[in-house]
Design a protein around this ligand. Structure first.
Ligand code: FAD
Length: 422
């Protein structure tokens, strides 16, 4: 990974027409790059130190990107900045229920491609998002180590929004975009509520070498009491995604490497042969969020601050990228329509809200329903999920629909369900 000189980022005050973005995660940085490409300057405010953003550390997450997600990264030039060895093709997925050797398989058949999507380590996505901002220094200012503490959306008699930083400094802008994580404080400061779903479960991630070839196929195994997913990286290497109750997660984290490996080997049902640890364990609690609104006066939410997904359907960052694309497009259209228009104007923001809700809501609800069904240990739920898997296996249009939603290649879920129904 190239070492980037932090001093090359300017730390000046924003100009009055520059948009403020709160959060320099991958969504906030991609938003700044997308705005720069349509001629809109922005200042990104980030609480973490610059080193954490410029040289992100490996965090165990392997992000499955849909074809649409890759398309947005290509438009931003970020995809081209990824080293080829950071990209692993995802050619198929197999879903298992309990000990049953039968599985429900998904392939990209009929979608004009040989892969469902791509897997890229999260720290590489963050790295290229940072590089994108570095390349656009004429239109992006990044201020790190500075936390937003207050927000006023009715400053200057309604002509601007204003944020107040930890040290009391005030910054005004026509539009504030919050990308400050699923626990977004800005969302709350803007008076926007969110539905939050704490699954009471946690995920442990760990890279493993394995004896048998994975053939670029992801395995999702719903066992009783835990879920074990294997994401294929380079051949004979996969990322284990182990979902367990929060208390069991702690017990598994407390095991030494040998005991942890023995536990995984026993529960893997030898689907990948003999296993060997290939990296440290990482841990994340699982909480999903969906903001009740994505916009307010002079304010928009993107990334996890708008929609924070359970990772099982691998959509979180993809939705972040879709939001970046949609918001940039609406702001560009508003400007085309009327040169010098106020970027905080409601019409463009409302159009973004409608489109982003349409793209995310059905998959958010569907993902939560799948998680509920596949983690419920009552006999009725077990029977039901067996029925769902068998039903889907015997209904090719339903399987194709799920596959298209996983890859981001098909039309919206609602439109497809209507077509299936009649
Ligand atoms: C285990 C796991 C697996 C995942 N797998 C996938 C997958 O396969 N596919 C997929 O698409 N997605 C996946 N995701 C989701 C993806 O990682 C997230 O959607 C994405 O990282 C969110 O980026 P973000 O920029 O919105 O938020 P974050 O990365 O959380 O960034 C928010 C930033 O805001 C800053 N901030 C917060 N508050 C303030 C403040 N007051 N002032 C200034 N700065 C502030 C923070 O310091 C942080 O830098 C996964 C997530 C997890 C946990």
């Amino acid at each position: 990974m190239p070492a980037l000189a932090p001093s090359r980022i300017v730390q000046t005050s924003p100009s009055s027409d520059s948009v403020l973005i709160i959060g320099a995660g991958p969504a906030g940085l991609s938003m700044a790059a997308a705005l720069a490409d349509i001629g809109i300057a922005s200042t990104v405010l980030e609480q973490a130190p610059l080193a954490a953003i410029a040289e992100p550390k490996e965090d165990g997450r392997e992000i499955a990107l849909t074809h649409r997600g890759v398309g947005v990264l290509q438009q931003l030039g970020a995809w081209q900045d990824l080293p080829p060895e950071a990209i692993s093709p995802l050619k198929a997925a197999q879903v298992f229920n309990g000990q049953d050797a039968r599985f429900l398989g998904f392939t990209p058949e009929g979608q004009g491609t040989d892969r469902l999507g791509h897997l890229v380590p999260n720290h590489w996505l963050r790295q290229v998002a940072w590089q994108g901002v570095e390349k656009r220094q004429d239109r992006v200012t990044l201020r790190c180590g500075t936390r937003v503490q207050k927000l006023s959306l009715l400053a200057q008699g309604g002509r601007a929004a204003e944020v107040v930083l930890e040290d009391g400094e005030r910054l005004a802008a026509p539009l504030v975009i919050a990308a400050d994580s699923r626990f977004s404080a800005s969302r709350r400061l803007a008076g926007i509520g969110a539905d939050m779903l704490d699954f009471g479960r946690s995920v442990i991630l760990c890279r493993m070498h394995h004896e048998l070839p994975h053939q670029h196929t992801a395995l999702e195994c719903f066992h009783h009491g835990h879920t074990m997913a294997w994401l294929p990286l380079q051949e004979h290497m996969a990322s284990l995604v182990l979902t367990v109750n929060a208390d069991e997660a702690q017990a598994l984290l407390d095991l030494d490497d040998d005991a942890f490996l023995a536990w995984v080997q026993t529960h893997s049902q030898d689907r990948l042969g003999t296993l060997r640890l290939a990296g440290p364990r990482h841990f994340y609690p699982l909480v999903a969020t969906y903001a009740r609104r994505f916009v307010a006066r002079r304010f928009a939410l993107i990334g996890d601050a708008a929609v924070g997904m359970h990772p099982v359907t691998a959509h979180g960052y993809n939705f972040g990228l879709y939001g970046v694309q949609t918001l940039a497009r609406e702001l560009q259209m508003a400007r085309r329509h009327r040169a010098g228009c106020d970027l905080g104007e409601a019409v463009a923001l409302e159009r973004f809200e409608r489109e982003h809700r349409r793209a995310t809501r059905p998959i958010y609800l569907g993902t939560n329903a799948v998680v509920k069904l596949f983690t419920d240990e009552r006999p009725l739920a077990r029977a039901l999920r067996q029925g769902v898997l068998q039903g889907a296996a015997h209904l090719p249009p339903l399987k194709a629909l799920i596959s298209q939603q996983l890859t981001g290649k098909g039309p919206s879920l609602l439109r497809q369900i209507r077509a299936l129904a009649g």
